[in-house]
Write a protein that binds this ligand. Structure first.
Ligand code: BES
Ligand code: ZN
Ligand code: ZN
Length: 505
C-alpha cells in the first residue's frame, strides 16, 4: 500500500530513490523553482531549458541521472493553465513514472508558498491535497482479482514523501497530508465497490461493506432487511427486487446525529448492484457495465467514511436502497402499478427505469430527518450521457444554495457539475392515465424527466440530484482515472461538506 508522509529539507538531505520537481513554464517561476533543486540536477535542468528540451510545459517530463541520484522534472504548464488540476495531473504522471522506474520511495518537492500564491494562486494546503490525490489516484488499479499483475503495474512504490524546505511548515504539512490521504482513500474505496462484480457484491454484501467501512469511525448503521422494508411500505425498492433471488437491503448510515445544532445533510445513493433492465431487458452489448449501477451508493459510503474520519462538524445521513434488477417469473412487469412509501402510485412503463423507483423510497425516508439539504447521487439515465458525455455530472434540483456550493466544489475538485433545468412543463411527460405518475418520460429530455419524477418524493426539502451515469463509469483511462469506476462524487461532496456551515471561501 502506498503511504504519504511529510519531510523537511532539500534533495541533499532527504533520502529517496527519485526526487520529483514540478516546474511552471513561465520564466520567473521556472527560475525560482530551479534554485531549490539539488545541485547536480540544477545545471542539467537549466541546460535542458536553454535547449528547449524541457521548458515546464504540461506534457513534459524528464528523468535525469545526476551524481548518485535520480531526478524527475515534471512540467506544469503555462501560467494561465495552472490550477489544482494541473498539479493533480502532474503528480499522477510523476507517480506512474516513479513506479515504472521501480522506485520504492519518492520525494515530491513542494513549491514554496510564496511562489505558489504568486504563480498558481493556490494555498499550501491545496497544493498538498492535489499532489496526494493525483499520485494516489493515478496509481489506482482494480486488482482484487489479479494479485500478480498488481506488482507489474504499481511497481513497488511504497511511500511518497512530500518535502518542504520552508521553516515552520511541518505541522501544516502533516495535517494537510493526513486530510488528503483520507479523501484519496475514500475515492479508492468507492472505486473498489463500483468495480466489484455483481457476483461478489449483491445488496447484502454492499450493506456489509457499508457497515464495515464506516463503523470504526463512529458511523452508526442500521440495515433494513426485507421484512422491515415491507413494514416501511417501500413499494419501489420491493418492486425492483421482485425478480431477484437476492434480498434487498435498505442501508442507513448516521454520523454525528447527536450534535443537535449542526446542520444536517442527507445523502442518497442509488445501489443497483446489477441492472439487467429487468423484464424490459437491456441489449447484451455492454450490459456488463451495469455492475457499476451502484456507483452512487459507493460514493455515499466513501463520503460517510471520509467525513467521519475528518470529523466534519455537521450531521450526516447516508441512505442506500440496494437491490439488483433482474428478470424472472416473479419480476416486476411493464404496466404494473405500485405504491411508494409516501402513498403515491406509479405506473411502471419500463422496468429498466428502476433507479427512480428505489430512490423515491429513499428520498421519502430522508425526510424523517428534517434535513437542511438532500443530495442524491445516481447512475440514473443514459440520457445524461447523451447530453453531457463523460466529463461533467448532470445536476438538477430545488436547493439553489446547495447547487451553488456544489458548482464551486466541482470547479475546485475538477468533479464538475452542470445544471439542467427542472421546468414545470416537463411534468406532462411523466403524467399517467392510471396512476399518479409513470416512471418513463418518453424520448426527449430523459435526464430531466427522471429528476422530475424524483421531485415528487422530496417533500419540499432543499434537494439536489446528481446524475453521474456519464462520470461514474468511464470507458477509457484518464489522467488519474482508469477504465471503469471513477469514484466520482466523493471528492466533490467532501469538499462541499467541508465548507458547509463554515465561512464562505
Ligand atoms: N442504470 C441505467 C442508466 C445508465 C445508462 C447508467 C448508461 C450508465 C450508463 C438506468 O437504470 C436505465 O436503464 N435508464 C434508462 C431509463 C429509460 C428506460 C427511461 C435509460 O437511460 O435508458
Ligand atoms: Zn435501468
Ligand atoms: Zn439503473
Amino acid at each position: 500500500m502506498l503511504t504519504f508522509h511529510g519531510a523537511y529539507g532539500r534533495a541533499e538531505t532527504v533520502e529517496a530513490d527519485i526526487h520529483v520537481y514540478f516546474f511552471p513554464a513561465e520564466e520567473e517561476g521556472f527560475a525560482a523553482r530551479l534554485k531549490s533543486v539539488a545541485k547536480p540536477a540544477q545545471g542539467m535542468i537549466s541546460a535542458l531549458r536553454a535547449r528547449g528540451d524541457f521548458t515546464g510545459l504540461a506534457e513534459e517530463e524528464e528523468m535525469l541521472f545526476a551524481g548518485e541520484g535520480r531526478f524527475l522534472a515534471v512540467g506544469l504548464g503555462a501560467k494561465n493553465d495552472l490550477s489544482t488540476e494541473t498539479l493533480r495531473r502532474a503528480a499522477a504522471r510523476a507517480g506512474k513514472r516513479c513506479a515504472k522506474y521501480a522506485a520504492r520511495t519518492a520525494a515530491f518537492h513542494l513549491i514554496d508558498e510564496q511562489l505558489l500564491r504568486r504563480m498558481l494562486h493556490l494555498s499550501f494546503e491545496e497544493q498538498v491535497q492535489a499532489i496526494v490525490e493525483g499520485a494516489a489516484l493515478g496509481l489506482y488499479r482494480y486488482d482484487a482479482y489479479q494479485e500478480k499483475k498488481k506488482e507489474r503495474v504499481k511497481g513497488n512504490l511504497a511511500s511518497i514523501a512530500l518535502v518542504t524546505s520552508e521553516e515552520g511548515f511541518q505541522g501544516r504539512l502533516k495535517s494537510a497530508i493526513e486530510r488528503a490521504a483520507i479523501v484519496a482513500e475514500a475515492v479508492e474505496l468507492a472505486r473498489n465497490l463500483s468495480n466489484a462484480p455483481a457476483n461478489s457484491l449483491n445488496a447484502e454484501a454492499l450493506a456489509k461493506e457499508a457497515v464495515e467501512r464506516t463503523k470504526k469511525y463512529g458511523v452508526k448503521a442500521v440495515i433494513l432487511r426485507k421484512p422491515e422494508i415491507e413494514a416501511h411500505r417501500m413499494g419501489g425498492l420491493l418492486a425492483v427486487n421482485r425478480g431477484s433471488r437476492n434480498e434487498p437491503r435498505f442501508i442507513v448510515l448516521e454520523y454525528n446525529l447527536g450534535r443537535r445544532k449542526a446542520p444536517c445533510i442527507a445523502l442518497v445513493g442509488k445501489g443497483v448492484t446489477f441492472d439487467s433492465g429487468g423484464i424490459s431487458i437491456k441489449p447484451s452489448a455492454n450490459m456488463a457495465e451495469m455492475k457499476m449501477d451502484m456507483s452512487g451508493a459507493a460514493a455515499v459510503i466513501g463520503v460517510m467514511r471520509a467525513a467521519a474520519r475528518l470529523k466534519l462538524p455537521l450531521r450526516l445521513v447516508g441512505l442506500i436502497p440496494a437491490t439488483d434488477n433482474m428478470p424472472s417469473g416473479s419480476a416486476l412487469c411493464p404496466g404494473d402499478i405500485i405504491r411508494m412509501s409516501n402513498g403515491k402510485t406509479v405506473e411502471v412503463e419500463d422496468t429498466d427505469a428502476e433507479g427512480r423507483l428505489i430512490l423515491a423510497d429513499a428520498l421519502v425516508y430522508a425526510q424523517r430527518y428534517k434535513p437542511d439539504g438532500i443530495v442524491d447521487l445516481a447512475t440514473l439515465t443514459g440520457a445524461v450521457v447523451v447530453a453531457l458525455g463523460f466529463h461533467v455530472t448532470g445536476m438538477m434540483g430545488t436547493g439553489k444554495d446547495l447547487m451553488e456550493r456544489l458548482r464551486r466544489s466541482g470547479a475546485r475538485t475538477f468533479e464538475r457539475v452542470c445544471e439542467l433545468p427542472l421546468y414545470e412543463e416537463y411534468e406532462k411527460q411523466i403524467r399517467s392515465e392510471m396512476a399518479d405518475i409513470k416512471n418513463l418520460g418518453g424520448r426527449w429530455g430523459g435526464a430531466i424527466t427522471a429528476a422530475m419524477f424524483l421531485k415528487h418524493f422530496i417533500g419540499g426539502f432543499p434537494w439536489v440530484h446528481l446524475d453521474i451515469a456519464g462520470t461514474a463509469m468511464l470507458e477509457e483511462e484518464g489522467f488519474y482515472t482508469i477504465k471503469g469506476g471513477s469514484g466520482v462524487g466523493v471528492r466533490l461532496l467532501v469538499d462541499m461538506l467541508s465548507g458547509f456551515g463554515a465561512a464562505e471561501s
